[in-house]
Every structure is written in structure tokens, then in C-alpha cells.
Design a protein around this ligand. Structure first.
Ligand code: 3HC
Length: 309
């Protein structure tokens, strides 16, 4: 059986492709692109919430936020390792990120202006990530699918801690309730943009579905997220900022308003509120950490010399 046929048979039988398996160059480059951008998103995503670690209102909230931000770092390292199984070079991926040649999720280019944002990011942003990533646990590339299983478990903790934080604030003062609503108003629409452009404008979805990298389209997962979030917003006592949001009994889904795709394009092309700050911070951390990488490499060389290898 030819290598191409083996590849096609593996996908047709819902089996997983492993690093040793032959795959078409286009499959490999799509997987490297998707995994790398996911990894970049995890690492950049540490910045918005990290902004509140020193200003958390209690030791408990500080400890939870620290744990969450550390989780994101671990997700990034996990995903860079998955990209390396496809022959990608981690240093090269970082270079592509800081020089704007690879993307990260649009959502992290918005500022975190109040502590309620920490709760809303947990509830909506990590909630959207779970919606998007649970199907990826069945992605055709084995190392990525397995990474998703562990990451999704931790994202569930992220989502729950955010929702619990907001429930606490909604039981607080009028000012705290207003702070939560103001935060929801800022994060709702950018959270819907996390799922990518509409299917009709998605350059990768059709091929990614054929290769069973993606199991659902951008619009399908966005709709699933909206349907999941409406009752949660009701239970929380907040209003989602969309006058067109309503249950459609015929579709058995919620209809919702038009997303501002011009804003999405602006943010994805680097002109969002925080793009420059996020990338500059990532580049500075990488440059300032060069000595750690050099020291670790020197230590590894010495160990090899001692072992005579
Ligand atoms: N932000 C930035 N770029 C985006 C984007 C977004 N929200 N949505 C789409 N794009 C980009 C794509 O990368 C692609 O550009 P490229 O060709 O230069 O890579 C272009 O827009 C066309 O979009 P497509 O829908 O055709 O691209 P994909 O098929 O790759 O779909 C995706 C986009 C749904 C984000 C998909 O890549 C995906 O599911 N990735 C894995 C999950 C992921 O990366 N999630 C990031 C969320 S952040 C996170 O999980 C951290 C957590 O702690 C919250």
C-alpha cells in the first residue's frame, strides 16, 4: 500500500497519525501552523491575567490566578513539544511570533481593565477555548489530540474558577455587579471572534475538516458556545450585549447579532488595542531569558562531557 493510501486509510478509519507516520507536506505545515499558534496563544495569554496577580483582592484569588497563569505556561510548553514532533524548531517558532510571521489568538489583544476581567476571561475566554478544544481531543494528529486531553481538563478548572469569581462579585455590592456587567460588555464579542472567521471566509477549515484535524467548523463551534453561554449568563444575572440574541425554536439554537469582522481583521492584522505591547513583552522576556537558555545548554554540554558521550 502506498504511503498516500496509508495516510488516507488512517484518516478514513478515524485512527491517529503519529510522528513516525508519513504525512503530506501540506498536512505537516497545517499542523505546525495550528499547534504553534495555539502554543503562542497560551504564552501570550499569560500577560492579560498576569497583569492582576499583584493586585488580586485576596490571598485566595492571588493563589488561584497564579495557578492558572502557570497552567497556561505549561500548555504552551506542551504544545511547542507537540509541534517539535513534526520537525518544527521551537526557537524558530518564537522568532516567527515576535516578528509577526505567526499569529496568536486575537482575544489576548484586549486590555484587562478591572479585576472582573479575570473572572470574565475564565468564564468566557476559557469557556470558548474548551468549546473549541474538546473536539480537538479527536484530532487526527496523535500528539496534538493527546495534549488536548490534558489541557482541556485544566481549562475546565480555569472556566469554573472564573465563573465562581463572578458569582461572588454578583452577590456583592452594586458597584461590583456593575463592574462584572461592564466587563461582560467588553469581552463578549471578542470571545465570539476566538472561533475564527465565518466558515465562508475560512481559508483552512474545509481542508482541516477533510483531514479530521478539525471536527467542527468555526461557525458550528461558535454557535455551540453561544448556546452554552446564554443560560450561564442568566444564572449569573448579567446581560449579554447583543439585542439580537434570542432563542430560535425552529433552529433549536440562539440567533445572535452580526460580529464586527472589520474589528476582527484589524486585531488579527496587528492593529488591536494591545498587539504591540503583547509582542514587545514576549520579545523582551525572550531576550532577557537568553542567559538561562545559554546556561542550561552549557550545563547539558558539561554533563555530556562528564558522561564521555
Ligand atoms: N485569532 C488570530 N488569528 C485567527 C483567529 C483568531 N481568533 N481565528 C483565525 N485566525 C487566523 C488563522 O490562523 C488563519 O491565519 P493563518 O493562515 O495566517 O494561520 C486565518 O485567520 C484564517 O482562519 P481559519 O479559520 O481558516 O484558520 P484555522 O482553520 O486555523 O482556524 C482556529 C482558526 C479556530 C483558531 C484554529 O486554528 C484552532 O482551532 N486552533 C487551535 C485552538 C487555538 O489555537 N486556540 C487559541 C485560543 S487561546 C487558548 O486556548 C488559551 C486559553 O488559555 C484560553
Amino acid at each position: 500500500m502506498s504511503l498516500e493510501l496509508q495516510f488516507e486509510e488512517t484518516i478514513a478509519h478515524d485512527q491517529r497519525l503519529e510522528p513516525r507516520d508519513w504525512v503530506p507536506d501540506a498536512y505537516r505545515s497545517t499542523m505546525v501552523r495550528m499547534i504553534a499558534q495555539h502554543a503562542h496563544s497560551e504564552i501570550i495569554g499569560m500577560q492579560p491575567e498576569g497583569n492582576w496577580i499583584t493586585r488580586a483582592p485576596s490571598l485566595r484569588r492571588k493563589a488561584i490566578l497564579l495557578a492558572k497563569v502557570q497552567d497556561e505556561a505549561g500548555h504552551g510548553l506542551y504544545l511547542y513539544s507537540a509541534a517539535e514532533t513534526l520537525g518544527a524548531d521551537r526557537a524558530e517558532l518564537t522568532e516567527k511570533l515576535v516578528t509577526g510571521r505567526q499569529k496568536y489568538s486575537s482575544i489576548f489583544n484586549y486590555p484587562t481593565l478591572t479585576f472582573a476581567d479575570v473572572g470574565v476571561i475564565g468564564w468566557l475566554v476559557d469557556g470558548a477555548a474548551i468549546c473549541n478544544q474538546v473536539p480537538l481531543c479527536r484530532s487526527s494528529y496523535g500528539p496534538y489530540a493527546r495534549a488536548m486531553i490534558r489541557i482541556c481538563k485544566e481549562e475546565s478548572f480555569h472556566q469554573r474558577q472564573g465563573y465562581e469569581l463572578l458569582m461572588t462579585m454578583m452577590r456583592g455590592t452594586e458597584q461590583q455587579r456593575a463592574m462584572v456587567q461592564e466587563s461582560v460588555d467588553r469581552w463578549w464579542w471578542p470571545s465570539l471572534m476566538m472561533f475564527g472567521p465565518p466558515d465562508a471566509d475560512s481559508s483552512h477549515t474545509a481542508q482541516s475538516m477533510e483531514w479530521k484535524i478539525k471536527r467542527h467548523t468555526n461557525d458550528e463551534l461558535r454557535q455551540r458556545f453561544v448556546d452554552m453561554s446564554v443560560p450561564q449568563a442568566d444564572a449569573l444575572g448579567v446581560t449579554l450585549p447583543d439585542p439580537d440574541l434570542r432563542w430560535n425554536a425552529e433552529r433549536e439554537h440562539h440567533d445572535f447579532g452580526e460580529i464586527d469582522w472589520a474589528e476582527f481583521k484589524q486585531v488579527v492584522s496587528g492593529n488591536g488595542p494591545c498587539n504591540a505591547q503583547r509582542v514587545a513583552h514576549r520579545k523582551a522576556a525572550h531576550d532577557e531569558g537568553a542567559w538561562v537558555r545559554e546556561a542550561a545548554a552549557a550545563h547539558a554540554r558539561k554533563n555530556d562531557e562528564r558522561r564521555g558521550s
